[in-house]
Design a protein around this ligand. Structure first.
Ligand SMILES: [Zn+2]
Length: 167
């Protein structure tokens, strides 16, 4: 398991220079990250039934697919997506299965999802990455102010020396 410091460095390296807008949008992060690395991340809203996970990462042949629970708040949506993003940038697909599902009680898992990874260390890393990125997003958002027009925020972001990791 990596240290918090190592995970912060990982986030900085992976998320740097993506030119993200504020307020933070997890879908935009995935789109820009996918474009830069040359392999798309497709974020798909899905009304998942009760007992199913809130988030799911499928590793496709030429793209990654993040499914998230459609019936949820914007904040929770971002948390789910960034958690999956955390698994992705931490390289967890190399260590485990190609399907990663969240919060699936073992007794309800069907055959397809038996491959789900419940490695505690990986879960902890993904949660930590999510909280690091969402923490930066909320700090940067608070500094930039929430009343400014969306389009004008990039310039303000660039002026935020302490948050240059977003640029
Ligand atoms: Zn997870």
């Amino acid at each position: 398991m990596r240290s918090v410091k190592a995970l912060r460095r990982l986030c900085e390296n992976e998320v740097r220079s993506l030119d993200l807008d504020l307020p933070f949008d997890a879908v935009q992060l995935c789109e820009k990250y996918g474009k830069r690395r040359g392999r798309d991340i497709l974020v798909i809203s899905q009304p998942l039934p009760v007992g199913m996970p809130n988030g799911l990462w499928l590793v496709g042949d030429d793209a990654d697919y993040f499914f998230y629970q459609a019936n949820t708040s914007r904040t929770h949506r971002d948390q789910i997506i960034i958690h999956e993003f955390g698994h992705l940038i931490a390289g967890h697909q190399n260590a485990g299965p190609s399907v990663h599902a969240e919060q699936m009680p073992a007794e309800e898992a069907d055959a397809a999802l038996h491959r789900t990874c419940y490695d505690d260390a990986n879960e902890w890393e993904a949660e930590m990455i999510a909280s690091i990125i969402l923490g930066w997003a909320s700090e940067a958002g608070a500094l930039a102010g929430r009343t400014a027009k969306h389009d004008s925020l990039r310039g303000i972001q660039r002026a935020l020396g302490g948050h240059s990791r977003w640029l």
